[in-house]
Design a protein around this ligand. Sequence first.
Ligand code: BV8
Ligand code: ZN
Length: 241
Amino acid sequence: MARSSDLGILIEKLAAARAVTVLTGAGISADSGVPTFRGADGLWRNFRAEDLATPEAFERDPRLVWEWYNWRRELIAATRPNPAHSAVVELEQRSEEFWLITQNVDGLHRTAGSRKLSEIHGNIWMVRCTDCGSVEENHEVPIALLPVCSRCKGLLRPHIVWFGESLFPEDLSRCATALRTCDVLLVIGTSGVVYPAAGFASMAKESGAFVAEINLEPTPQSGLVDLSLQGRAKDLVPLLL
Ligand code: BV8
Ligand code: ZN
């Protein structure tokens, strides 16, 4: 459990901060019942990332990839934001300058009320046409397979960044600004293995930010952050307000 002194230091740093940036991963949604990728109950355990979350897999077997996303859409549709998501919204409202960078595709930050955010790996409720590129929201659970574009009849894919695909340029530049200008970077519930997000803590550190991490266990970034709070996001993040 987090030491109260560490909590006190982080509360002070956040209260004194003009600009706050938050980076979240699957761990913040774990408390809403969304399985994480690499934890004990990890999502990937049943599936291998390279089998499903890659353009090659979609090229080879779009139906298999869509069946996996339909399974996740059904699962996520039944979840709600938890107190950690709400605390991040409160932090956004209290901070003079704020940006949220989330790796999560579940959309729970938006549902909770976050507005100043980049969903850098995309959003499971958005689909993109592989022919004309149009992006639309789609909340059908399940999506009838195989889904085609209402405009050009092209095959639709999840509007999600797969392994081996670059992040959206506008997200990358927005994140770089948020990481270089923040006084505090709060890293919540990410295993810190997926790049480029795994490099964001050191980017903020190099620019002089105070970097704190909230996680159940140590991560590859634990050695470079200023402070590590060990515990569940839903318990710890609300205590920072
Ligand atoms: C790219 C969409 C340029 C799919 C995802 C540099 C070095 C090494 C490798 C690379 C590199 N650059 C690029 C790569 C390759 C690759 C990569 O990083 N591979 C890793 C595995 C080594 N990166 C990419 O391909 C990226 N693209 O860089 O473009 C490029 C282009 C071509 C060629 C080369 C480079 C694209 C990455 C995006 C991939 N898409 N998701 C989908 O979701 O359907 S990534 C996937 O992992 C999810 O988005 C997820 O968010 C993300 C990260 O996982 P976490 O969020 O951290 O979740 P995880 O389960 O791992 O951890 C949960 C954590 O929470 C744990 O620490 C746990 O302890 C904690 N926790 C659990 N419960 C709680 C908790 N904490 C608090 N409270 C709790 N209750
Ligand atoms: Zn189209």
